[in-house]
Design a protein around this ligand. Structure first.
Ligand code: SAH
Ligand code: SF4
Ligand code: F3S
Length: 446
């Protein structure tokens, strides 16, 4: 079979990153090899995101740029998948005339059939139906050469309908994958050298709600913890409302569960949280943070925050700042509110102007950077277990690994330690990384 080249570009969240891996895996039997040289491409896929207007604009401008490759090579196929594709469907062709196909978030499994059909007949194909099945998650993507960690999707969709968010409309209702399928996939990955898995979903702690007599999320973690050869378990994202005591305690009890939780708070004002339809108060959130730190003092806590939500007053904003001062997140993604069509927040009064949103974001990010730097500095002198991922991005001679708390550590070491657990002492702290000095091999714990 003649080799063909696939150029795939991913926008958006980790879920999209993993969906792209699944797309590449599905197309491999048809002879498609992934390339990062767009000039070689026979097929270009953009896996798109629509979470904020800026994310959508990035996709349009990239598609505009790619149009010239189509002029040079009329056989080139260009398609879009992901959340913006789900949102626009056939309307995408009105914006981007040179697109050949559009496939939505529940139609990843139909990619091979779409490509075969386009190869015999050039007619635009649009597949954006939702299904009450899990066909588009759990497609096995073999790990890349030398990879030590992998994503595993455990739940599709979201039922939460936070007032600002498009995800429930674009990914459909929540549906959990049977535990046996997940465990089989983790075992397969472990057999192929994977040491760390990240369990993926928009709200992983809802896992199991639609499964009769199945495991809940904590039960699933414990079961995965039994898999020999697997060293570390992570998950993302969890909703604060659904973070159970059982799961909090699991951080102390399950050795393989890493001490990091991404727990998006969104706002530090009860009034705004209510308008956002988040289903918890600031006090309830703080209590969960206290509980997490009590059972697991070394846990790292990261978050997402939105500024300038409709109706957010100076005082509401100040409450967010005060909350951040109390919690001191290890890291936080912060965003200016972006209006999305069809969401409940679109209809709310009290829109905040761009200049004000920008100012609120700027100060909040400066504060977060200060906290990040301080929290990293607190680790100087401590001993940390690293899973070595590969060469450092900063220097050819250094290696990079992550602590159990998900911090990046660069250190001097031998390339054959990739995939191993090593202990280092932290010697320096920067904003986005740490520097470490090798102690001795942590040893295989299994
Ligand atoms: N399911 C995850 C988040 C998915 S989106 C969760 O609930 O935590 C990632 C982040 O984007 C959200 O946590 C939120 O902070 C941000 N976000 C979502 N919609 C947004 C919007 N319309 N404007 C600005 N930020 C938004
Ligand atoms: Fe969006 Fe809320 Fe669902 Fe997260 S939990 S994906 S923010 S609706
Ligand atoms: Fe974007 Fe969809 Fe993820 S909107 S953030 S790609 S779920």
């Amino acid at each position: 079979m003649k080799n063909k080249y696939l150029y795939i570009q991913t926008f958006g969240c980790q879920m999209n990153v993993h969906d792209s891996e699944q797309m590449a895996a599905l197309l491999a039997p048809g002879g498609y090899k992934v390339t990062d040289n767009v000039k070689l491409a026979d097929l270009i896929l953009l896996n798109t995101c629509s979470i904020r207007e800026k994310a959508a604009q990035k996709v349009y401008s990239e598609l505009g740029r790619l149009g010239k490759f189509k002029e040079q090579n009329p056989d080139l196929i260009i398609g879009v998948g992901g959340c913006l594709a789900q949102h626009l469907g056939a309307k995408f062709y009105k914006r981007i005339g040179h697109l050949d196909f559009v496939f939505g978030t529940h139609n990843i499994h139909r990619l091979p059939e779409i490509i075969t059909s386009l190869q015999s007949k050039r007619e635009k194909i649009t597949k954006v139906d939702f299904y009450k099945t899990l066909n588009s998650i759990g497609i096995y993507a073999p790990p890349a050469n030398g990879a030590v960690n992998a994503f595993v999707t455990i739940i599709q969709g979201c039922n939460n309908f936070c007032a600002y968010c498009v995800v429930p409309y674009l990914r459909g209702p929540e549906m959990s994958r049977p535990a046996d399928d997940i465990i089989e996939e983790v075992k397969k990955l472990t057999d192929q050298g994977i040491k760390e898995v990240t369990l993926l979903g928009q709200n992983v702690n809802s896992y199991g709600k639609n499964l009769k007599n199945g495991l809940n999320f904590t039960g699933l973690i414990r079961k995965i913890g039994e898999i020999a050869g697997l060293e570390r378990i992570r998950f993302t994202t969890s909703h604060p409302r659904d973070l159970s005591e059982e799961l909090i305690n699991c951080f102390a009890e399950e050795r393989k569960l890493c001490e990091h939780i991404h727990l998006p708070v969104q706002s530090g004002s009860n009034r705004v949280l209510k308008l956002m339809n988040r289903g918890y108060t600031v006090d309830e959130y703080m209590e969960k943070i206290d509980h997490l730190r009590r059972v697991c003092p070394q846990i790292s806590i990261t978050s997402d925050i939105i500024v300038g939500f409709p109706g957010e007053t100076e005082r509401d904003y100040q409450e967010t700042i005060d909350m951040m001062e109390k919690i001191r997140f290890d890291s936080a993604f912060s965003f200016k509110y972006s209006e999305r069509k069809g969401t409940a927040a679109e209809k709310l009064a009290g829109k905040i102007d761009e200049c004000e949103r920008q100012q609120r974001l700027k100060y909040l990010q400066e504060l977060q950077n200060k906290h990040m730097q301080e929290r990293n500095a607190e680790l100087i002198g401590s001993c940390q277990e690293l899973l070595v991922e590969g060469r450092s991005k900063n220097s050819e001679n250094d290696l990079m690994g992550r602590t159990r708390s998900w911090k990046i550590v660069n250190f001097k070491g031998e390339l054959d330690s990739v995939g191993k657990l090593l202990n280092v002492t932290i010697t320096k702290a920067y904003l986005h990384s740490l520097r470490g000095k090798l102690l001795e091999e942590a040893g295989n714990v299994n």
